[in-house]
Ligand binder design. Structure first.
Ligand code: XMP
Length: 310
């Protein structure tokens, strides 16, 4: 594919569709939403309003980092605090698809519908890529950013039209476009992070307490494995507990799984053969987290596993 041509064509298409109207988009800082932001800003200038939705499910320092990176590119991003809404919607839910659905619903029906009303926008831009569509259509899992493929008409249901300029690209193509648009290297190469964010890394109910734990474990894993250049690495908090000993006492503690994979496009994946001392070091740090007494390394390839746990 000629990616320069792709950028020109999509820019023209966005200009034509949005006309003199207003479009909005949510930036998570991942490469997909970053490319949508940069592409649409190029095409629409100030007719694009970009938001960072604080859903309470992001990693440590994520909001500040993302907003600062785009400010440096001259693209203003407004932070919207929707933490209470997302956590409220997830309360009591343990089923993976119900959790995903609650996040999708809160995002589109509550938060975005409100932003659309406030901004007068008629268009919502989305970073859906080809793999998201394929996996949703195949019924593997509902991706956070799919509507049309699920038979939902956003115009009818939420009052705005969704535009998906990246829906013909795969991740490697998105990264090429990111580089051509002048995005910084850490965004171009940024590892994938799922739409449901840390909620995809908590098996069972998502509460403030679980989020705090998985956020801390994620920071440890990311810091330790940054130098591996693996496709993706993260921590998962299981719902089960295991018996252990702390301060000479029995403890029925939490279990954290470390996942680190090699992959080209996330359609298939294999566990990274990490050096044993590295694994031991990560384990030692993870079990220092309060109430965590087990740390496991996941060896399962995709398939049969998926990358994420929900
Ligand atoms: P799975 O878990 O489906 O993940 O093997 C494939 C890749 O997509 C990333 N990703 C998501 N995964 N829901 C997901 O389950 C999402 O909304 C989503 N967004 C991105 C995931 O991290 C992995 O790289």
């Amino acid at each position: 594919m000629n990616y320069r041509k792709f950028i020109e064509e999509q820019s023209e298409e966005l200009k034509r569709t949005v006309g003199r109207g207003i479009a909005i988009n949510a930036l998570s800082g991942g490469v997909d939403s970053s490319v949508v932001t940069a592409l649409a800003r190029r095409a629409l200038g100030r007719q694009l309003k970009t938001y960072f939705i604080e859903n309470g499910l992001m990693r440590e320092g994520e909001a500040q980092r993302v907003v600062a990176a785009f400010r440096a590119l001259g693209i203003p991003v407004k932070r919207v605090d929707a933490r209470a809404e997302f956590l409220g919607a997830l309360k009591g839910l343990t089923d993976p698809e119900e959790k995903r659905e609650a996040i999708t619903r809160t995002f589109y029906r509550d938060v975005f519908a409100r932003l659309v009303r406030e901004s007068g926008a008629r268009f919502l831009l989305h970073g859906t890529i080809l793999t998201d569509i394929e996996e949703t259509v195949a019924g593997i899992k509902r991706q956070h950013n799919i509507l049309a493929q699920l038979g939902i008409d956003p115009e009818k249901e939420f009052g705005y039209q969704v535009l998906e300029p990246l829906k013909t690209l795969r991740k490697d193509g998105v990264r090429k476009v990111a580089a051509l648009l002048g995005l910084p290297a850490d965004i171009v190469r940024r590892m994938p992070f799922p739409g449901p964010a840390l909620a995809a890394r908590i098996v069972g109910e998502v509460t403030e307490e679980e989020l705090k734990l998985v956020r801390a474990a994620t920071a440890i894993v990311e810091e330790e494995l940054k130098s591996t250049r693996a496709f993706q690495y993260f921590a998962v908090l299981l719902r089960d507990r295991a018996t252990g000993i702390r301060n000479q006492r029995r403890e029925f503690g939490r279990i954290v799984v470390v996942r680190c994979i090699e992959s080209k496009d996330a359609r298939t994946a294999a566990a990274t053969r990490l050096p044993w001392p590295k694994l031991e070091r990560i384990c030692a740090r993870i079990v220092e987290l309060p109430g965590v007494n087990r740390c496991l390394y996941d060896l399962t390839p995709k398939p049969p596993a998926t990358v994420e746990y929900i």
